[in-house]
Design a protein around this ligand. Structure first.
Ligand code: PLP
Length: 397
């Protein structure tokens, strides 16, 4: 018997955090580990954003903030959504939170009743299934595979809908696959949602700017369903601000009010200093963002060329984010020395211990045949890492 609640006992440990921890343990022993398990840009927060935070400290932005965020930040977000995405939201439809993660959790908690179903295309971001569990909802997965660039179709979506379906939840650009839905592909899904007016859509757009195929398309651009879309975004990825903890949602007024109420009882408004920094980020333009994206694109091309030289892995060219999600199942059932590879987790542990490269098992993202490799690392590290992976895989038979 444990004194801990069933709620916490049912929750899975984050695999990304676990692999990063194992990697750090090896590093502490003096081993040169290349960490490709991280989900954050390896860039510094832009200088002008840091300056705004310093000014905020000096100007005594040190009091509790409004639960949904400073009005000037919410207005800047509404302006950004209009300027960059052509989306009309009033500032009181925006709720600023402690990272996009809290925005997602708020939305799930405010929408899902026990027993209601949430459709999630796999592979999906690790925390979706756990948030749904906390809300006592049921997750219904739709499997997308490397053959279709890890994207689902309207027909697959419709087949998963039942009378209990309450929410559809996805990310584009996607973590862990880097897949990006085009406007046409979104239209295919929207045609289904138009037939089911009670389904809400949580659209996680945190990787919006890290998109190598042109302009980001948001499902909220479709007027017929916009009122049911919960748009999630934030500053962590685009502005290399993971530690600052600022994200937001834009939704219909009733849901925004509900999320304000939820957040008001759990965390209150996020950090005053971080909010002032986020305001500067949105007022400062996209120059630093674009430079970072160019660098990610060049790394993607390098890593793709190197990964495709490895004969037994199947990899697609991701259109966004900063991850590869290669299928590695050809190695299941192989061995070398004391290592026996039965699944993706075994392979990740083997790559960590043998090649000293940290990756994450695809199981954490709902796909047992793949592993996630982040390319948020310098080019020389990436070249070294892939050649170590290749050498380690060659030993398996
Ligand atoms: N959504 C996706 C798809 C992510 O990959 C992440 C972070 O890794 C988040 C949301 C959370 O973002 P934040 O750091 O703003 O909470």
């Amino acid at each position: 018997m444990t004194f801990l609640s069933k709620r916490i006992n049912n929750l899975s440990e984050s695999q990304t955090i676990k692999m990063a921890k194992l990697g750090r343990e090896l590093s502490a022993k003096g081993i040169d580990v290349i960490n490709l398990s991280f989900g954050e840009p390896d860039f510094f927060t832009p200088e002008f954003v840091k300056e705004a935070a310093k000014t905020a400290v000096d100007e005594n932005y040190s009091y509790y903030t409004p639960v949904s965020g400073y009005p000037e930040l919410r207005k800047a977000i509404a302006e950004k959504l209009l300027r960059e995405n052509g989306l009309n939201y009033s500032f009181d439809q925006i709720v600023v939170s402690t990272g996009a993660k809290q925005s997602l959790a708020n939305a799930v908690m405010c929408l899902v009743n026990p027993g209601e179903e949430v459709i999630v295309p796999t592979p999906y971001w690790v925390s979706y299934s756990e948030m749904i569990k906390l809300a006592e909802g049921e997750t219904v997965f739709i499997n997308a595979t490397v053959e279709n660039n890890f994207k689902i179709t309207g027909a697959q979506l419709e087949a998963a809908i039942t009378p209990k379906t309450k929410v559809f939840m996805f990310s584009s650009p996607c973590n862990p696959t880097g897949s990006v839905y085009s406007k046409e592909e979104l239209a295919d899904l929207v045609a289904v949602f138009e037939k089911y007016p009670n389904i809400y859509i949580i659209s996680d757009e945190i990787y919006e700017h890290i998109n190598f195929v042109g302009k980001h398309a948001s499902i909220a651009e479709f007027d017929s369903i916009k009122d049911r879309v919960v748009l999630i975004n934030g500053f962590s990825k685009s502005y290399a601000m993971t530690g600052w903890r600022v994200g937001y949602m834009a939704a219909n007024k009733e849901l925004s009010n509900a999320c304000d109420k939820m957040q008001g009882q759990i965390t209150s408004g996020t950090s005053s200093i971080a909010q002032r920094a986020a305001l500067a980020a949105y007022q400062g333009g996209l120059e630093t963002v674009n430079a970072m994206v160019q660098e990610f694109k060049s790394r993607r091309d390098i890593v793709y060329a190197l990964l495709t030289e490895i004969p037994n892995i199947k990899v697609n060219l991701p259109d966004g984010a900063f991850y590869f999600f290669p299928e590695v199942k050809a190695y299941f059932g192989t061995s070398t020395g004391d290592y026996k590879i039965s699944n993706a987790e075994d392979l990740c542990l083997y790559l960590l211990n043998e090649a000293h490269v940290s990756t994450v098992t695809g199981e954490a993202f709902g796909n047992e045949d793949c592993i996630r490799i982040s390319y948020a690392a310098a080019e020389d590290k990436l070249r070294d890492a892939v050649s170590r992976i290749k050498a380690a895989l060659e030993k398996l038979s």
